[in-house]
Each structure stands twice: as C-alpha cells, then as structure tokens.
Design a protein around this ligand. Structure first.
Ligand code: VGL
Ligand code: ZN
Length: 210
C-alpha cells in the first residue's frame, strides 16, 4: 500500500543528532544510516517537523548527576522510573547539533525538548512527568495536521514515545521502521513496538510513501 502525503500529513524527524550517531556520547548502532533514508522521504512531505533533544548541563537524566550511578542504570524520580544516560545533547554543544548530512531545508519547526533540568522528555509532545506539554499538539492542530509519520532516533525511546503521544493527542500515527534505529536496552524495543501496536500506531516502511 502506497501513501501519498497530503496537506494534513506531517513528517516528524526525531533527534537525528550527532550524539545519537556513531562517535557520539549516546551512539545508537547504525544511527547515521537513517540520514539518507530521511532525506529522501522528507522530499515527499510538504510538512516536516524536526526535534532536538536539548538538555542543560547537569541534567537529571544524566548518570553523572547521580553520585554512585552508572549510565544505563535506573533511578526513581518524582515522575517515575528514569533510565540514566551518559551526558548527551547538551545545549549548544556539537553533540546536540543535527547530523551535518541531514538535508531537510523545508522543515518548518524544530521542537527542542528535555530542557527542564529535573524532567526528561523522550516525547516531542509531553515531558516525562506526563503533564508538561511542549506545544507540538497545538501547533499541529492549528495547522490542520491530522496524521503524522515518525522517524529518527531512537525507535524505542524518543520515536516510540512521540508516536504514542501523537495517538493521545488524537492524531493518526505511523512509524516508518527503516527510517529509525533503536537503543534496545533490556527488551525496550520489543516493549515499544507492543505499546505502539496497542495504541493503534501503524508500523510501516519508507517504501510505503510514494
Ligand atoms: C533519547 C535517550 C535519552 C532518544 C534521548 O532520542 O531516543 N534517548 N535521550
Ligand atoms: Zn536525552
């Protein structure tokens, strides 16, 4: 089945940043492989939104902010269990920059997220406290967007949470899996696909877009 993007569709390109690509501080295996796929895909969409993970130094999601904790361990935060990450995507650093080969000049909006020092935000719609909104749902609604296609890094964290929250915001959502790569920590990828299926997120491929 081929889908031709319409004016009510948007592509959301999640966190294609240096720190999530090989050589970065939280490198996703093969993360930069999504770049050419996304560059080609984006040309099909009139509406494109980019996201950037954008943490202040010393962010609460960094293991370095929790004495005695190592990256990829967890800790209990006021809003629930938090995976602790290596320092990554610190505001204004080269690691936080979009991948230099990402070529989407017609992207209309860049949503930055994870900027509150004590709260993480995998989702481009809602922070990890599940109550603080980024404004993306209102933006898409005011622009008449009813369906989003979500791609980027990482499938099981920021892509997955963004797709789930798109459904919560009343949007149709498809994740194009060959335009994503995963961290896959302790079964997180399988869990993310199960949660997305249960929420009505469609699992597709970039070849479905024509
Ligand atoms: C992400 C972990 C921490 C992501 C962001 O973009 O998937 N993962 N921050
Ligand atoms: Zn982050």
């Amino acid at each position: 089945m081929t889908v031709t993007p319409a004016a009510s569709d948007a592509l959301i390109v999640v966190d294609v940043q240096n720190d999530f690509c090989p050589g970065g501080s939280l490198a996703v295996a093969d993360g930069d492989a999504v770049v050419p796929v996304i560059n080609a895909l984006a040309r099909r969409f009139a509406n494109v939104v980019l996201t950037q993970d954008w943490h202040p130094a010393g962010h609460a999601s960094f293991a370095s902010a929790h004495p005695g904790k190592a990256p990829f361990e967890t800790t209990e935060m006021p809003y629930g269990l938090q995976v602790l990450w290596p320092d990554h995507c610190v505001q204004g650093t080269p690691g936080a920059a979009l991948h230099p080969a990402l070529d989407v000049p017609h992207a209309q909006l860049i949503i930055r997220k994870g900027y509150h020092p004590a709260v993480d935000s995998y989702s481009a719609f809602r922070e990890a406290d599940r109550t603080t909104h980024t404004g993306l749902a209102g933006y898409l609604k005011e622009r008449g967007i009813r369906r989003v296609f979500v791609v980027g890094l990482a499938t099981d964290y920021c892509v997955g949470w963004t797709a789930l929250d798109a459904r919560s915001a009343g949007l149709e959502a498809t994740v194009l899996e060959d335009a994503c790569r995963a961290i896959d920590l302790g079964g997180s990828l399988e869990k993310a696909w199960a949660a997305m299926a249960a929420a009505g997120v469609v699992r597709g491929r970039s070849a479905d877009i024509g």
